[in-house]
Design a protein around this ligand. Structure first.
Ligand code: TPP
Ligand code: MG
Length: 897
């Protein structure tokens, strides 16, 4: 503190620790006096004002909610470390070695890649957690939920190897999953290692947001009485500091404090580096994150300095050391980790000659080895202890480490550290010396794995700790029982059809309310909405099942007198997420994996504007496949022309294609209420009785029309993707087939009439519910035929279905032509497709459909053209039809390039 500052605050020079204590005592008595006379609220206000002044004067302005750049927990308040440090250090060293060896070995014979430096920097963060905090599954306890930093995976494999859960062969085949005997996936992927990994994390930012919504979902399950736990699981998310630049990481953190998620702990490994270089070379990532998290209402525990620094800080009576710590930027700290101790002595301590005295007793080597907090098990233990005991808010631990810790010349603290995958023999020897790995010179070049004898102190200790904490982690185990989901007949009302006009969105709302009333599984349904319930008519559910709110409803809603009032309740069933598609899909994932995470199957229905699905947060949709989520995604307001008026940003003509790219996602484009019911019933059966780890996407439209009754025997075709909905009239000269999907099936039906009345064409109208499924089946079949050329050749569903049909084939939908084009190779004589390629426009449905050429008239023209191409009608007839139907032949082509 400068002399001037002291004057401002009326303080006099104080340097002895006795005087410090006096200051502290007088402030304390003053504080108690104010608290007693003014009450806590006012005291907080006054203190905040003072803190603000202090920040402005002492720390410079614009620093937000920061505390000095020292550990949050002072040494005297540090919980003592209860473990055997020596044994734990040895275990950690062996894990370090094996994690490194795995990557080096894999890259000695292949170029499969891998990361050494991330785990090297995080080993202590993990080991303290594994030995003392992370609890496995037990009777009445689902186990703590842990999100491991994706590219630290080698460390998790190396630990599982010591634990005896993975064998040498598997480690040998790290990143070579297809090798003989199997291997290990690069990162946490439940899809690839379904008995090991629970939560995918490696796409930066997804782990953090998932953990937030999972923590809240755990509360939801408890509030609704869906689980009865003896103890509440904690959620631990291990993240990188670079990862915090992702909007998904920080974008939702206020949820944590708002929902009092004290079950959630984030551990951010602040090694100050990301892939290319420093995270904040010119600033301090720890301070920046502290400000953000404190502002968002989190507990922040900074673990910056290791025990070695306690003594230095205690002896620094001038405050200069903290000042120096504050001044140095992360780029400097990175340099200190790379350069010898003499450099740090000169440039860090030496900046103020008074500070040099503090380290006179230390050699350069000792200065170089002054530990950072994240490498000190005692500091990490104290932080974790505080984190698990804190109530009322989530906690973030900001642990400062060195990237590539222990790699020395091979990459410690260097900018290339992230990419380092190889080590030469000299570097291996140094690593071995540093961590005392009992591996002899003659084999070291082969980087053998090391596992101590099973009766060694280390192995006994390691296994005893995991036993005491309830078992191994990570571990994915599916124990959920099948659900008594309704059979098809439960949805009978949808098969009768209705003359009153309705949209498929309305049909869905009806279907949801019918399902919610189902005795066996109604409670399992989790409706999820990002602030669009009213758009879809789902507000009808507000009153009946309530919107989940951990606080209940503290106010009288303005619309309390209306039938559909905004009803929040502690045991509400709806997850009304507000405007966050990322948060909503994170909730979908938490609910859709509850069968595996908690052994409690839940059935999420996430309904949203289809444009803001995979287009907005596609990586989370992709992850839903990886994590084996179940449930239903409902892309409402679907179609480039059915959602009239909204224009380019809302009119969706492609998300079915996005959805089609996810291997475990069944993408459907239903046209009628009964199709919807058949698909949902089929999905419930496959996911919740047969146990398939798949999920469903259905587009829902908002155009109203009479819903037809279900023709006999079409269920199978609906599920497979195509069936004949309405045959054309007999006795016509020419034959055609029109595939229609969603609302646009009406263009096909109207075209059917025009073709019959005016052009002597009998067109059958088919409902194409899923081009993706048709294509997958056709590809599967063709591939089998190719690989079994001498055996009787198989026919795919679509080929069999269309084999006997004569005439031409046309497809029309409210999606890009690529949708129907997917099956063109298997349609006899080819497929003429119409679709909505290009940006949407704000206009009426009729004009949009003409613009994109998916209306009835365009469908007629396309059908006649397909006939003309086959020489079945004259081209002049097509030309005349274009004129007769009022279509401009040189109108704009909406697709740009
Ligand atoms: C969404 C996304 N973008 C980019 C990457 C590529 N990537 C993998 S690790 C990494 C750097 C991570 O840095 P940090 O979060 O600080 O982790 P550290 O390894 O330093 O602990 C990057 C950019 C990714 N995995 N995911
Ligand atoms: Mg980093």
């Amino acid at each position: 503190m400068s002399v001037q500052t002291k004057e401002i605050y009326g303080l006099h020079s104080a340097s002895s620790s006795g005087t410090d204590d006096k200051w502290s005592e007088s402030l304390q008595s003053l504080f108690e006096l104010v608290l007693e006379s003014q009450g806590p609220e006012r005291t907080a206000q006054l203190l905040e004002k003072l803190a603000e002044k202090l920040r402005a004067v002492a720390l410079g302005t614009g620093r937000g909610f920061n505390t000095p750049y020292v550990n949050t927990i002072p040494p005297e308040q540090q919980a003592p470390f209860p473990g055997n440090r020596d044994v734990e250090r040895r275990i950690k060293s062996y894990i370090r070695w094996n994690a490194m060896a795995m990557v080096v070995k894999a890259n000695s014979t292949t170029n499969v890649g891998g990361h050494i430096s991330t785990y090297a920097s995080a080993a202590t963060l993990y080991e303290v957690a594994f030995n003392h905090f992370l609890r496995g599954r037990a009777e009445g306890f689902p186990g703590d939920i842990v999100y491991f930093q994706g590219h630290a995976a080698p460390g998790m494999y190396a630990r599982a190897f010591l634990e005896g859960r993975l064998n040498e062969q598997q480690l040998q085949n790290f990143r070579q999953e297809l090798a003989d005997g199997g291997g290990l996936s690069s990162y946490p992927h439940p899809y690839l290692m379904p008995e090991f990994w629970q939560f995918p994390t490696v796409s930066m930012g997804l782990g953090p947001i998932l953990s937030l919504y999972q923590a809240r979902f755990n509360r939801y399950l408890q509030a609704r009485g869906m689980v009865k736990w003896k103890d509440e699981p904690k959620l631990w998310a291990f993240l990188g500091d670079g990862e915090c630049d992702e909007p998904e990481t920080l974008g939702a953190i206020t949820l944590g404090a708002r929902e009092n998620l004290d079950n959630l702990i984030w551990v951010i490994n602040c090694n100050l580096q990301r892939l290319d270089g420093p995270v904040r070379g010119n600033g301090k990532i720890i301070q920046e994150l502290e400000g953000l998290f404190r502002g968002a209402g989190w507990n922040v525990i900074k673990v910056i300095w290791g025990t070695d620094w306690d003594d230095l800080l205690a002896r620094d009576k001038s405050g200069l050391l903290v000042k120096r710590m504050e001044e140095a930027v992360d780029g400097d700290y990175q340099k200190y980790s790379v350069e010898p101790g003499s450099y740090t002595r000169k440039h860090f301590f030496g900046k103020y000659p008074e500070l040099l005295g503090l380290v006179n007793h230390l050699t350069d080597d000792q200065i170089h080895k002054l530990l950072r907090g994240g490498h000190d098990a005692r500091k990490m233990y104290a932080a974790y202890r505080m984190a698990v005991e804190r109530k009322g808010r989530p906690t973030v631990i900001l642990a400062k480490t060195v990237k590539g810790y222990g790699l020395g010349e091979a990459g410690e603290g260097k900018n290339i550290s992230h990419q380092q995958k190889k080590m030469n023999e000299k570097e291996l020897r140094e690593f071995r010396e540093r961590f005392k790995i009992p591996i002899s010179d003659d084999v070291i070049a082969e980087t053998p794995f090391f596992r101590p004898a099973s009766d060694s102190q280390e192995m006994k200790y390691l296994l005893e700790r995991r036993k005491a904490l309830g078992g191994f982690l990570p571990e994915r185990k599916v124990t959920a029982p099948p659900l008594d989901v309704p059979k098809l007949d439960y949805f009978a009302e949808f098969f009768k059809g209705s003359t009153t006009e309705a949209s498929t969105t309305m049909a869905f709302v009806r279907l949801a309310s019918v399902l919610l009333r189902h005795k066996a599984v109604g409670r399992q349904i989790v409706p999820i909405i990002p602030d669009e319930a009213r758009t879809f008519g789902l507000d009808a559910l507000f009153k009946d099942i309530g919107i989940y709110s951990s606080k209940g409803q503290l106010y009288e809603p303005v619309d309390s007198k209306s039938l559909l009032y905004y009803h929040e309740a502690k045991d509400g069933q709806i997850l009304e997420e507000g405007i966050t598609e990322a948060g909503s899909i994170a909730s979908f994932i938490a609910a859709g994996t509850s069968y595996a995470t908690h052994g409690v199957p839940m059935i999420p229905f996430y309904i949203y504007y289809s444009m803001f699905g995979p287009q907005r947060v596609g990586d989370l949709f992709w992850l839903a496949g990886d994590i084996r989520a179940k449930g239903f995604l409902l892309g409402a307001t679907a179609g480039r022309t059915t959602l009239n008026g909204e224009g380019l940003q809302h009119q969706d003509g492609h998300s079915l294609l996005h959805a089609s790219t996810i291997p475990t996602l069944l993408a459907y484009d239903p046209a009628f209420a009964y199709e919807l019911a058949v698909i949902v019933a089929g999905g419930l059966r496959r996911m919740y009785i047969e146990g398939e780890e798949i999920f469903y996407y259905l587009s829902l439209y908002n155009e109203n029309y009479a819903m037809p009754p279900m023709p006999a025997g079409v269920e199978d075709g609906i599920l497979k993707g195509l069936y004949k909905f309405k045959a054309g009239p007999d006795g016509k000269k020419l034959k055609a087939h029109i595939f229609g999907s969603g609302s646009i099936i009406n263009s096909a039906l109207k075209a059917q009439e025009i073709l019959a009345e005016r052009y002597d064409v009998s067109a059958d109208v088919w409902s194409a519910t899923s081009y993706k499924l048709l294509r997958t089946d056709a590809i599967r079949c063709k591939r089998w035929n190719m690989l079994h050329p001498a055996e009787p050749q198989k026919k795919s569903y679509v080929e069999t279905l269309l084999a006997k049909e004569r005439g031409v084939f046309v497809a029309v939908s409210d999606y890009m032509r690529l949708g129907p084009d997917q099956i063109a190779p298997w349609v006899p004589g080819g497929l003429m497709t119409l679709g909505t390629d290009g940006f949407g426009r704000s206009d009426t449905r009729a004009r949009l459909r003409r613009f994109f050429e998916v209306d009835a008239e365009s469908t007629v023209i396309a059908t006649l053209y397909a006939l003309a191409e086959k020489g079945l009608v004259e081209r002049q007839l097509v030309e005349k039809t274009i004129k007769d139907l009022g279509v401009h032949p040189d109108k704009v082509f909406p697709q740009i390039v």
